[in-house]
Design a protein around this ligand. Structure first.
Ligand code: ADP
Ligand code: ADP
Length: 229
């Protein structure tokens, strides 16, 4: 990921908000990066742009050797498929679907055959220790279990990049630690992870912390002596 002079302006009625202001950022394949900063500093806006959910107003965004800053929504959707997995603070599982069906959803959108989907979902549920809950619905699960299902859904198609927005924000410390260990394990296997967090403890799992303030990158701290990725 390479971002150059990237800005995002929101216009509502007469009010203009400069949510991101001339951001420059490089993230290597295999890195684990934490984004921190006070409420309203632009973290979600940055994550949405990084995840190809939204376009910047100005600047360049190079994703996997493709310039994506000015893509149309349909093109962004195509590029997201199989490449980017999302994990949210509030899990965002679909209440009407059971665990298996929730995890299967991205594969349906990718038009993967039903047989292959069964195989892939079973495998990832095994890995997340959730096979015994495959027929359960989200409301029947604890917060920690729901987040494990959400991570299963994010990684079922083996994306190279996971974007996590306060993944432990609604979890107690034990479940939060488990989620961080899962993300760390996925990162060790090569998945790039970009995580927004308010927790210094969670940020400690990352290789690098990027601090945002008023839409600008103000400091970057490396947490590893050498580049291990
Ligand atoms: P944001 O708009 O930045 O996503 P939230 O709505 O998640 O913020 O949080 C609202 C407020 O609660 C913020 O001021 C934030 O600093 C604080 N907050 C949220 N999660 C945590 C946390 N895990 N630890 C400490 N403070 C938190
Ligand atoms: P954070 O995630 O750090 O809390 P956000 O990225 O959500 O910050 O917001 C950054 C700034 O952009 C805030 O001032 C917020 O009010 C504004 N903003 C975010 N999304 C929108 C939107 N869709 N329309 C108008 N203003 C927005």
């Amino acid at each position: 990921i390479s971002i150059k002079n990237l800005s995002k302006v929101f216009r509502t009625d007469e009010i203009e908000t400069l949510a991101l202001n001339d951001v420059n950022l490089n993230i290597k394949e295999g890195e684990f990066v934490a984004i921190m900063g006070p409420s309203g500093c632009g973290k979600s806006t940055l994550l949405n742009i990084l995840g190809l959910l939204d376009n910047p107003s100005e600047g360049e965004y190079n994703f996997n050797q493709t310039e994506v800053a000015n893509l149309k929504e349909g093109q962004r959707t195509d590029l997201r498929k199989g490449n980017i997995g999302f994990v949210f603070q509030s899990f965002n599982l679909i209440d009407e679907l059971n665990v298996f069906e929730n995890v299967e959803m991205p594969l349906v959108y990718q038009r993967i055959s039903s047989k292959k989907r069964k195989e892939m979902v079973s495998q990832v549920l095994d890995r997340m220790n959730m096979s015994h809950r495959a027929k359960h619905y989200p409301q029947q699960l604890s917060g920690g279990q729901q987040q494990r299902v959400a991570i299963a859904r994010a990684v079922v198609s083996n994306p190279g990049l996971i974007l996590a927005d306060e993944p432990t924000g609604n979890l107690d410390s034990k479940n939060g630690q488990e989620v961080m260990e899962l993300l760390t394990e996925l990162n060790r296997e090569g998945t790039t992870i970009i995580m927004v967090t308010h927790s210094m403890k969670d940020a400690g799992y990352a290789h690098r912390i990027i601090n945002l303030f008023d839409g600008k990158v103000v400091t970057e701290e490396s947490l590893v002596a050498e580049q291990v990725f």
